[in-house]
Write a protein that binds this ligand. Structure first.
Ligand SMILES: Cc1cc2nc3c(=O)[nH]c(=O)nc-3n(C[C@H](O)[C@H](O)[C@H](O)COP(=O)(O)OP(=O)(O)OC[C@H]3O[C@@H](n4cnc5c(N)ncnc54)[C@H](O)[C@@H]3O)c2cc1C
Length: 443
C-alpha cells in the first residue's frame, strides 16, 4: 500500500468529460488509488451514450449495441458492479434483412461458425455465398491486415464481391460498425472489427443489447465506484478553460478554478479543439482534430400498443430508410416500443423529423402489417454521432507533446472506429500511461 500512498501524493488528475472514455479512465485511476476528479458539463453522465426519459419511458439518446469482442468495456461494466447476464440480451451472430437476406451462425467454433453462416446465408446466390466465404478465408490468411489503407468499396471490389453481396451483407455491416458509407470508409478499420468480432471465439461475435439505459449501464456505476475509491465526479460542471503552469494545470469552471498535476481531456473532439487551441505546442493535434468529419445517427422511437412485436428482437430492412429495428419489448420488457435506427449520411437527412417518422411508420406497416398508430413518436437526431471513419485517417494519439496532458475519446488513435470500446480503450490507455509514468519501477 505504501506505493499507492506515494502515487497519491504525486498525482492529482482531472478528467474532463464523463462519457465512456472519461469514466473508463477515472475508474482505472481510482482503482489504483490515484486521486481523480471528473468534470462533466451535462447534468448527467454518458455523453453520446446516455439515458433519457420521454413520456415516462426510459430511452437512450440512440439505440446502441455492443459486440462480444468489446472485452474492455464488458470487463469494466463488471468491475463497477454490473452483471452481464442481467444487463444484456445476448444474441448469437445473426443478420436478418427481413425477407431479403438471413445469416445465422451455427453453434460451431470460430471461424467455422462464420464460414457455415456465409455458406448457408439465405437471399444470396450460391456464387455470392462462395465468394463471401473465400473473401473471409483470404482475410484470415493475410491476418486481416492490408499493406496500405483503401476504402471498403475498393477492398470489396478487389476481392470480387458482387453488388448484391455488398448491398445485402458488407454495406449494412460497414455502416453498422463504422457509421461511414462504404465508398469512403476505411478498409483497415473494418478489417480490425471483423478480426476481433469474427475470427476469435464464437462469443466475440455475439450481439449484446442492453436491457438498461446507457447512463445506468456504466457511467453511473463508474461514478459510484470512483467516489467509493476517494475520487470526485462533478456533473453540471464543465471545464471552460485550461491553463498550463510550470508544475500544474489550472481548470476553470463556473464554480471556480482548481489545479491538477495532470489532465485527461475526454471531451468530444470539437470541444477538445476549443479548449486546447490556445496552447501553441498542440498545433499539430488541433489540425488533426479540425480535419475530422462527422457522421449522423438518427433513432426513431415509436411507442405502439403493447401487443405489437417484431419477428426478432433486432432485424434489418433491405433498401428502406429504416436500417435496423429493435423491439424493446423483447429486449428490455418495454412492450410495444420499437426503435428504428438510421446510421450515416443519406437522403433521410433531407426529411423533417415529422416526415422521417411517417416514413418509418409506413415501412413498419408495409413490412410487418403494423396498422396501429403509434401512441407517440420521438425522433433523436445525433448529427455528430461519430467521426467519419475514412481511409488513411490520422487520429491524434492519447499522449500529447505535453506530458501533463492526455487525450481520450473514441476519435483518438486506435484500432476501432467510433465505438464504446474505442472510447473505453482510449481512457484506459491514458490511465495506464499516467500510472506507469508515476511509478516507473512498476512497484
Ligand atoms: C446515436 C448513437 C448511436 C451509437 N451506436 C453505437 C453502438 O451501437 N455501438 C457502439 O459501440 N457505439 C455507438 N455509438 C458511438 C458511441 O456512443 C461513442 O463512440 C462513445 O459514446 C463516445 O464516448 P466518448 O467518451 O469518447 O465521448 P462522449 O460520449 O462525447 O463524451 C464526452 C463527454 O464530455 C462532456 N463535455 C463536453 N464539453 C465538456 C466540457 N467543456 N467540460 C466537461 N465535459 C464536457 C460531454 O457532455 C460528454 O459527456 C453511437 C453513438 C450515437 C450518438
Amino acid at each position: 500500500m505504501a506505493g499507492l500512498d506515494n502515487l497519491a501524493q504525486e498525482l492529482n488528475i482531472a478528467v474532463l468529460g464523463g462519457g465512456y472514455a472519461g469514466m473508463a479512465a477515472a475508474v482505472a485511476l481510482a482503482g489504483r488509488g490515484i486521486p481523480v476528479t471528473v468534470f462533466e458539463s451535462a447534468r448527467q453522465l454518458g455523453g453520446r451514450a446516455r439515458g433519457m426519459t420521454h413520456q415516462n419511458t426510459q430511452l437512450d439518446n440512440g439505440q446502441h449495441l455492443l459486440l462480444g469482442c468489446y472485452h474492455q468495456t464488458l470487463n469494466l461494466i463488471e468491475q463497477v458492479g454490473g452483471n452481464l447476464e442481467a444487463d444484456f440480451l445476448r444474441l448469437p451472430l445473426q443478420l436478418d434483412l427481413h425477407g431479403h437476406f438471413a445469416l445465422q451462425a451455427p453453434r460451431l467454433p470460430a471461424p467455422l461458425h462464420l464460414l457455415f453462416a456465409l455458406l448457408g446465408a439465405q437471399g444470396l446466390s450460391w456464387s455470392d455465398r462462395l465468394s463471401a466465404a473465400r473473401f473471409m478465408l483470404t482475410l484470415r490468411r493475410i491476418h486481416f491486415r492490408i499493406a496500405a489503407d483503401m476504402t471498403v468499396s475498393e477492398l470489396l471490389k478487389l476481392h470480387g464481391q458482387g453488388d448484391t453481396l455488398i448491398q445485402k451483407l458488407w454495406e449494412p455491416l460497414c455502416i453498422a460498425a463504422l457509421n461511414t458509407p462504404v465508398h469512403i470508409a476505411s478498409a483497415q478499420v473494418m478489417l480490425n472489427v471483423l478480426h476481433d468480432a469474427l475470427n476469435k471465439t464464437r462469443a466475440d461475435s455475439d450481439m449484446l443489447l442492453p436491457r438498461i439505459d446507457f447512463t445506468a449501464l456504466f457511467p453511473e456505476r463508474a461514478a459510484n465506484y470512483v467516489r467509493k475509491h476517494g475520487g470526485h465526479v462533478l456533473t453540471s460542471c464543465g471545464a471552460d478553460a485550461l491553463q498550463l503552469h510550470d508544475y500544474n494545470i489550472e481548470i476553470s469552471t463556473q464554480r471556480g478554478s482548481l489545479f491538477f498535476s495532470h489532465v485527461i481531456c475526454a471531451t468530444p473532439p470539437v470541444t477538445t479543439a476549443r479548449l486546447l487551441r490556445p496552447i501553441a505546442e498542440l498545433g499539430a493535434i488541433i489540425e488533426q482534430i479540425d480535419a475530422l468529419q462527422h457522421q449522423p445517427i438518427y433513432t426513431v422511437y415509436l411507442q405502439y400498443p403493447s401487443h405489437i412485436t417484431l419477428p426478432h428482437p433486432m432485424l434489418g430492412l433491405y433498401q428502406r430508410v429504416s436500417q435496423w429495428l429493435f423491439d424493446k419489448g423483447q429486449i428490455a420488457g418495454q412492450h410495444g416500443l420499437i426503435a428504428a435506427v438510421i446510421s450515416a449520411q443519406g437522403l433521410h437527412q433531407k426529411l423533417t423529423q415529422e416526415e422521417l417518422a411517417q416514413k418509418v411508420i409506413a415501412e413498419l406497416n408495409e413490412e410487418f402489417g403494423i396498422s396501429d398508430s403509434p401512441l407517440w413518436v420521438k425522433v433523436i437526431a445525433e448529427k455528430r454521432a461519430t467521426f467519419a471513419c475514412t481511409s488513411d485517417l490520422q487520429r491524434p494519439a492519447q499522449q500529447t507533446p505535453l506530458p501533463r496532458l492526455l487525450l481520450a475519446g473514441d476519435y483518438t488513435a486506435g484500432d476501432y472506429p467510433a465505438t464504446l470500446e474505442g472510447a473505453v480503450q482510449s481512457g484506459l490507455r491514458c490511465a495506464e500511461v499516467l500510472s506507469a509514468a508515476s511509478n516507473p519501477s512498476g512497484h
